[in-house]
Design a protein around this ligand. Structure first.
Ligand code: FES
Length: 86
């Protein structure tokens, strides 16, 4: 089971390998384009970066390659818990 958790302890569970987008949206992350173009859904990953799938081209184009930030419309959680700051 994959779990997306906010720093204040709210969390949503979903299937391993699933996109973070629906859970992040339910937890209050704002979204714009949902295609990795606008950066509105950028969050800071506080714990569990290694549990997220590889950064894709949209995230790299936004300069997030060597940072603690990810786009919630472009990520998936392989398994386990990932904690974010919205
Ligand atoms: S909503 Fe635009 S980059 Fe994710």
């Amino acid at each position: 089971m994959a779990t997306l958790q906010t720093e204040d302890g709210q969390e949503k569970e979903f299937q391993d390998g699933g996109s973070t987008q629906p859970a992040a949206e339910e937890l209050g992350t704002p979204f714009g384009c949902k295609h990795g173009m606008c950066g509105t859904c950028r969050v800071e990953v506080l714990e569990g970066m290694e549990k997220l799938g590889e950064r894709n081209d949209q995230e790299k184009a936004m300069g997030l390659e060597d940072s603690n930030f990810r786009l919630m419309c472009q990520c998936s959680i392989k398994e386990g818990t990932v904690k974010i700051r919205i």
